[in-house]
Design a protein. Sequence first.
Length: 276
Amino acid sequence: MAEINAKLVKELRDKTGAGMMDCKKALEEAAGDFEKAQEIIRKRGQAIANKRADREATEGVVLSRSSANGKTGMIIALNCETDFVAKNADFIALGYSILDAALKANPADLEGLREIMVGDKKAADLVLEKSGITGEKFELSYFGKVEAAAVQPYIHPGNKLATLVGFSKAGIDVQVYKDVAMQVAAMNPVSVDKEDVPEKILAQELEIGREQARREGKPEDMIEKIAQGKLNKFFKESTLMNQEFVKDNKLTIKQYLESKDKALKATAFIRYTLNV
């Protein structure tokens, strides 16, 4: 039997993230066998996590990053139960370790994300293991990806909101890309441009315009024209390329990008948020 001393307990804690007393008990149960103690902690953690599976995990972090070549960006959401854990450096580091592994593995969707290897463990298994150690439910709840000539990530302070924006051209001043990624965070557009607005939203906005015009007593032969005018206002407020630039409201985003390069435009974006 190996001697169970403070150094061995600390090594096990550093390896697993479990508490000092839990590590000491695991080593005692394993008669000093380090690998067996790790397995004991892992199994206990899984059992604890499984008991919490039906609990709500509405706190957490939303993180985004782009690949080394800048052509792929990904967003993930890693949920937990409390804001205290969401702000913990180890929890945030767990999120980034999964995100970095995803950028290398290039999963197609959320299920694929859960299956990627993070070190020697599947992401889903690693999340379950860490959940058991902390005693809170952890969950990978969202995955998004943008691919373009250039992709810019942005994470709003607090890690509750993140964006990705794809652009038509690489090699532009990175601040330009950042400005647009922050615009998406601040102004929450529904689409890149007019043509990208879903038909359902177009129909809803036109109907809202018609109803408002009728309530105001406008002549019936003017209703469609008024509704179309309100739709154009919606385009200016809610489509990225037509929104006023938050840093200079004399320019739209389209005009701002064209002022940097005539061929530059946004091609796609993702905005994801928790509790906002």
